[in-house]
Every structure is written in C-alpha cells, then in structure tokens.
Ligand binder design. Structure first.
Ligand code: 5GP
Ligand code: ZN
Length: 113
C-alpha cells in the first residue's frame, strides 16, 4: 500500500521513534509546529477517524494511552499539551493514515476563532 505512515510502521521509511507497542507507533513530526511535536499512529491502516469502526475503539484508546505515556516521558505532562486529530480536507488532513498530533513544550495559542 502506498501510505507513508504504513512504511514508517514497516520501517521501510525511517523515523525518529519515541514509543512503540503492539498496536501503535509514535515518532517526531518531520516539520515540528512546537518544541514537542509527536505523531502517534495505529499500526493498522485506518485512513481517517471517519473510517474507524466500533472494533477500533480499543485501538483508539491505545493511541491516547500512548500520548499520556509519552507526554510524561518527555516531561510536558504537568505544564500541558494538546492532542489533535485532523479529519479530511476542512480539518487539514494531509496524510491519510489516522494519527494524533501531540504538541507541547510551549504555551499554545487558542484554536477557537
Ligand atoms: P496532518 O495534516 O495529516 O494531520 O499531518 C500530517 C503530519 O505528518 C504533518 O505534520 C507532517 O509534517 C508529518 N509528516 C509528513 N510526512 C512525514 C514523514 O515522512 N515523516 C514524519 N516524521 N512526519 C511526516
Ligand atoms: Zn497507512
């Protein structure tokens, strides 16, 4: 499958991994938008949150559990951070393999217009 994040899961494209378990992988974003910018992805190819099925609920929980773990490991849990999942065009999704951005390391601006 021609998916950049599947290739990162397989290891055929390199990434700077910070965390991995049976169901998810997390690595540094190639174009960081904050001092800490990690992408957390399921190993399973799910294009967008719209495509996640009820049987993926545990997997989605695993993504958030990984985020919690990584935020603590990277020392940003107390000061705080933001988790973002972009969906489709209006959401600004560019890579169509479900991922959650973990952003932190500075005071982030409001997203609410
Ligand atoms: P989206 O807009 O789809 O939510 O975010 C995709 C993110 O993936 C962007 O922040 C972009 O910088 C990141 N990205 C795209 N290609 C690569 C890559 O090959 N390696 C890494 N580490 N990040 C990537
Ligand atoms: Zn994929």
């Amino acid at each position: 499958m021609d998916c950049i994040f599947c290739k990162i899961v397989e290891g055929s494209i390199p990434s700077n991994k910070v965390y991995e378990n049976d169901s998810v992988v997390a690595f540094h974003d190639i174009q960081p938008a904050a001092p800490v910018h990690i992408l957390i992805i399921p190993k399973k190819h799910i294009p967008t949150m719209n495509d996640a099925a009820p049987e993926d609920n545990e997997l989605i929980g695993d993504i958030f559990a990984a985020a919690r773990h990584i935020a603590k490991e990277l020392g940003i849990a107390e000061d705080g951070y933001r988790l973002i999942n972009n969906v489709n065009s209006d959401g600004g999704q560019v890579v169509y393999h479900l991922h959650v951005h973990l952003l932190g390391g500075k005071k982030l601006g409001s997203l609410l217009a």
